[in-house]
Design a protein around this ligand. Sequence first.
Ligand SMILES: O=P(O)(O)OC[C@H]1O[C@](O)(COP(=O)(O)O)[C@@H](O)[C@@H]1O
Ligand SMILES: [Mg+2]
Ligand SMILES: [Mg+2]
Length: 342
Amino acid sequence: MFYDRLTLRRFLLQEYRTHGVEKDLVFLLEDIATACREISFAIRNGAFFGTLGSAASKNVQGETQKELDIFANDQFVSHIRNCSRVAALVSEEVEEVIWLKDSPAAGDYIVYFDPLDGSSNLDVNLSVGSIFSIVQLPEAIEAGDVASVLRPGTEQICAGYSIYGPATTLVITLGHGVHEFVNHLGTGEFRIVSGHMKVAEESAEFSINASRFGDWDAPVRRYIEECLEGEAGPRRKRFGMRWSGSMVVDIHRILTRGGVFLYPEDRDNRATGGKLRLLYEANPMGFLIEQAGGIASTGRARILEVQPTSIHQRTPVVLGSRSEVLRIEDHHTQMDGVAAAD
Ligand SMILES: O=P(O)(O)OC[C@H]1O[C@](O)(COP(=O)(O)O)[C@@H](O)[C@@H]1O
Ligand SMILES: [Mg+2]
Ligand SMILES: [Mg+2]
C-alpha cells in the first residue's frame, strides 16, 4: 500500500541514525524536495503554459533561458537559502557563484544545480527535471574565491535529480545506495518506491543523439556501428536505442533497466569540451550511477576524478552499464594507441 511506504523524511532520519548523516543535510534535502514540488506544481498547473516560450535573457552558456528556467532557479535559491550551512551555490542559470556566507567554514556545504534539465522539451510537453549535487568543505575558504568551489566529484556527499513527468519522482544518494521516491499529489509527500536501485551489468540499449553521427570521433562511431550491426555483428545481439532530450529521463531509464548514455565530445562541440556540464550534470549523475553499480566515464577517465577548472565547464559523458562503458573506454584506448603510433 502506498501509505505504508517510507516517507522521504523518515528515510532521511534513518540515514541520520544509521549512517550519521548530518541533521542539517537532512533539512537541506527537505528544502530541495520542496523546491522540486513547487516546480512540479507550476509545470502541472500549466502556470507556464502560454509563457512556455523563451524569456528575453540568455544564460552564461549562450542559451536562451525559458521562463521556467528562471522560475526553477529562483525556487532552488530561495529554498536552499533556509539552510545556514550552505556557503555557496553554483547554478546553470547564473554566471557567477552565488555566495551565501561571508566566511564559509569547514563542514559547510556547496550546492551545484541544474534547475531545469531538458529545457528544449518544455515546448512540447515532454518530461523535464532538476539535478543537484552537494559537497562538504574540508576546510574554511574565502568568500569570493571561485577556485575553492571547484571541487572534484569524489567530494560529493549527496546527489540527486527529480523528474517532472507522468509522476514527480526524486532520486537521491547519500553515499549508501540510490533510492527513488514518488510525490503523492494528495499529501504532497515523497514516499519511497524503490530502494537500492541497481544498474544492470549487461545491457542492449544505448542512448545518444544520433543526429550528431557525422561529428563523432572514431571510438564512439565504432561502438554505435557495432550495436547497429546487431546479431550479425561482433556484439551478436540486437540493440535498442532511446534519446529523450532530457538527461534526467535517459539516466533514470538506465537506473531502472540498464543501458548506456553517451554525450561525447565531437567535432562540433570540441571547442567547448563537450555539451554537458561537469559540476551540475555529469558529477551528480556520475555519483548516482556509481552508487548503483555502474560506471561514469569521460570515455577515457573516471568523471568524478576530473579536477574542475571553471564552474560551467563541460565534459564528455559516458554513463551506465559496466560492460558497455568498459567497451567504449577500450575503443578509446585502442584508437589512442593507434593514433600515438602514427
Ligand atoms: O539537444 P540535444 O543535443 O539532444 O541535447 C540534449 C541534452 O541537453 C540537455 O537538455 C542539456 O540540459 P539543459 O536543458 O539543462 O541545458 C540534456 O538534458 C540533454 O541530455
Ligand atoms: Mg541540463
Ligand atoms: Mg538546465
